[in-house]
Design a binder for this molecule. Structure first.
Ligand code: COA
Length: 165
């Protein structure tokens, strides 16, 4: 009998069903986006603690995308209060597994988070993205995000010869 393909579905994140896989995603998310950073067991423990806390917070929203019963994507959003925003939607984490990229799953996860933020009364959404992450930049630009601020960094270390690195 021919197998029937199930359409990919977005589901609420549960620690029990999706936690281990979402933790694995963080190797690429963090090592790709923070030059020189290495994901360690201690980092993953912290990340797990934050995920579990987020699950108890109504102002944090977490979803996975499943394809054929396998978790292939993840998005984590939050509603934040800042000095200038009473309610700002913020995308904390977005990931799509390499073998299913380019199928619109990133766009779909982002739209899920945006719908939730809008329903919670956020007039705007924001996120941080690494300057050389072309795929993410293109996804966000295509979804209507624009650059409103540049974050600049400088290497402060000095080499043994006394030169700036
Ligand atoms: C960024 C990421 C989430 C994109 O997921 P994806 O499912 O491949 O993205 P989509 O298929 O939904 O693409 C949506 C749009 O993004 C753009 N895009 C996606 N991948 C791209 C690439 N490699 N190069 C250029 N544009 C790209 C395209 O404009 C695309 O629209 P189109 O299909 O109409 O051309 C995925 O590459 C990823 O998980 N990267 C590693 C983790 C990461 O860096 N996350 C972002 C942290 S800020």
């Amino acid at each position: 009998m021919a197998s029937v393909e199930k359409p990919p579905t977005v589901k609420a994140f549960s620690w029990r069903d999706h936690g281990a896989r979402v933790l694995q995603f963080q190797y690429e998310v963090y090592e790709r986006n923070f030059a020189g950073f290495r994901v360690t067991p201690a980092f993953l423990n912290d990340y797990e603690r934050q995920l579990r806390q987020a699950l108890r917070n109504p102002f944090e929203g977490l979803w996975v995308l499943e394809e054929e019963g396998v978790v292939v994507g993840f998005v984590w959003a939050a509603v934040m209060t800042t000095l200038v925003d009473e309610r700002l939607g913020y995308i904390k984490n977005l990931y799509v597994a390499p073998h299913v990229r380019g199928r619109g799953y990133g766009r779909r996860l982002l739209a899920t988070a945006e719908d939730w933020m809008r329903a919670l009364g956020c007039p705007r959404a924001a996120l941080d993205v690494t300057a050389d992450n072309a795929a993410a930049l293109a996804l966000y630009a295509g979804a209507g995000f624009t650059i409103v601020r540049h974050r600049m960094e400088k290497d402060l270390r000095i080499s043994e010869e006394g030169n700036r690195l």
